[in-house]
Design a binder for this molecule. Structure first.
Ligand code: 0RA
Length: 655
């Protein structure tokens, strides 16, 4: 490796643009964008570790709401950049695209989240301090965002220039910052969100120690919360973690590493008795939830290896045809992590690898390594269990083919009968149309009468739908409720689901605000997650939020969606109000339902998203799977139904 100096840092743009349009650089100024600031810095530290420099990162959340990231990497260059005349550290924190994303000989496989870097964090912080150790000396530089003479705020300007604090034996870099409240909707970091992400990083960088210190959470003994993540098994441990609470076909995940001129990969695979496919892929530590070329290469290789090794071992006989890829992916849990240079991300959320060369490369590497593993006589039992599972899946696939075709056949008699319950809308603009899936016939009736039929369609659900978590597609397709949903949406199901065929832009689940309603929501979300994941990823799924109370005084009628809102209205109205608690949607008449829950001008809805695919997967298993104990534990910790006495009871008394 050649020596690295400040001149090697490539500069593309100034920081002004970042403050002007933060959304362009961090996606959003919501809590999610706030955390993005932290990931930018953590990613730089991870880059160091991933390239073999250093093995530890500590993230600290302070009482004053600020956060710091410390690593034991190489430190940041402090010599002067020849063109810019400023130190390397200053370049890294003040020039766009100059963070951890150098993509040259100094970083073999640079991550650097989507190529923005530490300067974005600086631009959007009220202040940011850096201490870095380089050439046996400790250096410090401070930045801040302050108004100039015209009152315009300049982001990330130098507050106190780089100075040497003296000799040191310390290694690495310490970055401490305070997000700018003038930019963000909130500047409260979530310890939970951060812990989850750090844990994922620890899985992806085996052997690295990643610590979270949260000064805002105090233990019983007076110390503050400290979480330490370190996984010597790396993604192999990740797969075991995802599969906790599931029935696995063999105890230890298959694991291998491989490398070529253009990429490095790690892969871990284990099967469970479930029917779903769970492949989590990463490129340079970034989750590629939309997949891409590397995943395509992996799938191709997996199918080839299993058919070849299975035939060679006699688990597939001469008379048997080869199984299909989807058969071998039923019940799979796999993590594929690759590192490569010059990555191109595509797709709706820029989480899909586009590099064409990755497909063949991953295919070849996985083929060679996995085949060698599967041909080992020690692994015969494992191979057999996978092939047998694949055969069952193939049989189910053939059985469900007919049923699937039915839900796609648009004009047949059977289909018309199926969606008889659907009150369709008159408008034909699928980008505007909404489908309300409503709990119960009576609320369904009110919704039909109250809606704007030009763009709102109603599908009432009778009773509880089937919990699809442990069901094969074939069984799901025998269920009337789900068949009506699939048919109404018109975009197919499972592997055939095509979001482009969708007949509605919004799919809105409307259920009561009680335990049964929550169950129905969970079942429907599980169904969408398992069989129409793209529908959620593309943001088409919503949860309608009906009001909990009506509070009125003479002609002043208000609806409250939370206890807090109810209290506020009660205060505003003063003495002599009436309150009514809505036990269910069915208690509202059509006009009220329209006004409070369906009218786009007044309604409240929650858009369902998947932030963290692996966590979502675990959560669905916990809530919808077999393991009753862990479900109980989760619900008692997070759900608060029927808490007594609530605001309603209190207000009724004071009335
Ligand atoms: C630029 C160049 C080099 C390292 C870094 C930046 C660097 C940035 C951060 C941010 C947090 N921790 C960091 N550690 C390193 C290359 C240094 C070399 O080649 O010696």
């Amino acid at each position: 490796m050649k020596e690295y100096n400040s001149k090697d840092i490539v500069v593309l743009e100034g920081l002004e643009a970042v403050r002007l349009r933060p959304g362009m650089y961090i996606g959003t100024t919501s809590a999610k964008g706030l955390h993005h600031l932290l990931w930018e810095i953590v990613d730089n530290s991870i880059d160091e570790i991933a390239n073999g420099f250093g093995d530890k990162i500590i993230v600290t959340l302070y009482k004053d709401g600020t956060v710091s990231v410390e690593d034991n990497g190489r430190g940041i260059p402090v010599d002067k950049h020849p063109q810019l005349g400023i130190s390397g550290v200053e370049v890294v924190f003040t020039q766009l695209h100059a963070g951890g994303k150098f993509n040259n000989d100094n970083y073999n496989f640079s991550g650097g989240l989507h190529g923005v870097g530490a300067s974005v964090t600086n631009a959007l912080s009220e202040w940011l301090d850096v201490i870095t150790n380089r050439n046996g000396k400790k250096y410090k530089i401070q930045f801040h965002s302050v108004p100039n003479s015209k009152g315009k705020i300049l982001g990330g300007t130098v507050k106190s220039p780089l100075r040497c604090l003296g000799p040191t034996n310390d290694k690495g870099t310490f970055v401490h910052f305070k997000p700018d409240a003038r930019i963000f909707e909130t500047i409260n970091f979530s310890g939970e969100v951060i812990a989850k992400r750090l844990k994922e990083y620890a899985f992806l960088n085996k052997g690295a120690t990643i610590e979270l210190i949260d000064e805002n959470v105090i233990n019983e003994d007076g110390s503050c919360l400290k979480k330490i993540y370190k996984f010597n098994g790396g993604i192999k441990d990740f797969v075991s973690y995802i599969n906790e609470g599931k029935n696995v076909l063999f105890p230890n995940p298959i694991y291998f590493e491989a490398q070529s001129d253009i990429l490095k990969l790690e892969c871990a695979i284990q099967y469970t008795d479930a029917y779903v496919e769970n492949i989590f892929s990463y490129v340079n530590n970034i989750s590629t939830s939309e997949g891409g070329t590397h995943e395509a290469g992996f799938r191709t290789a997996l199918t080839k290896v299993l058919n070849e090794a299975g035939r060679e071992a006699g688990f597939l006989k001469d008379k048997d045809t080869n199984l299909m890829g989807e058969d071998y992916r039923e019940g799979i849990t796999a993590v594929l992590s690759i590192k490569m240079k010059n990555v191109q991300f595509e797709g709706q959320t820029k989480t899909k690898l586009g590099n064409p060369e990755a497909k063949n490369e991953v295919d070849n590497l996985v083929y060679n390594h996995l085949l060698a593993i599967m041909e080992k006589s020690d692994n015969k039992k494992i191979l057999e269990s996978i092939i047998n599972k694949g055969k069952l899946a193939a049989n189910a696939r053939l059985a469900s083919k007919k049923a699937k075709e039915l839900t796609r056949a648009k004009n047949s008699m059977e289909v018309t009968a199926l969606i008889g319950k659907l009150a369709s809308c008159s408008g034909r603009d699928t980008k505007k149309n909404e489908l309300y899936i409503v709990e119960g016939d009576s609320a369904g009736g009110s919704a039909k009468m109250g809606r704007d039929r030009s763009f709102q369609a109603i599908l009432p659900l009778r009773g509880k739908p089937l919990n699809v978590e442990k069901k094969r597609l074939e069984q799901v397709l025998q269920n009337d409720e789900f068949r009506s949903i699939i048919t109404a949406l018109g975009a197919g199901i499972g592997e055939d689901f095509d979001v482009d065929d969708l007949k509605f832009d919004k799919v809105i689940i409307l259920a009561d605000a009680d335990q049964d309603g929550a169950h129905i929501r969970a079942i429907l979300l599980t169904f969408f997650y398992r069989y129409m994941k793209q529908l959620i990823i593309d943001g088409h799924v919503y949860i309608g939020v009906p009001p909990l109370y009506k509070i009125s005084k003479k002609n002043d009628i208000r609806y409250a969606y939370s206890d807090e809102q109810l209290r506020q209205y009660a205060d505003e109205l003063g003495k002599g109000y009436d309150i009514q608690r809505y036990k269910g949607l069915g208690e509202m008449n059509p006009e009220q339902l329209w006004e409070t829950t369906m009218d786009p001008k007044h309604r409240t809805m929650i858009r369902v998203t998947i932030d963290d695919a692996a966590e979502a997967e675990k959560l669905i298993t916990t809530l919808m799977g077999d393991d009753i104990e862990s479900r109980k534990l989760y619900i008692s910790e997070y759900a608060n139904f029927n808490k007594e006495p609530d605001e309603f009871d209190k207000l009724k008394k004071v009335k």
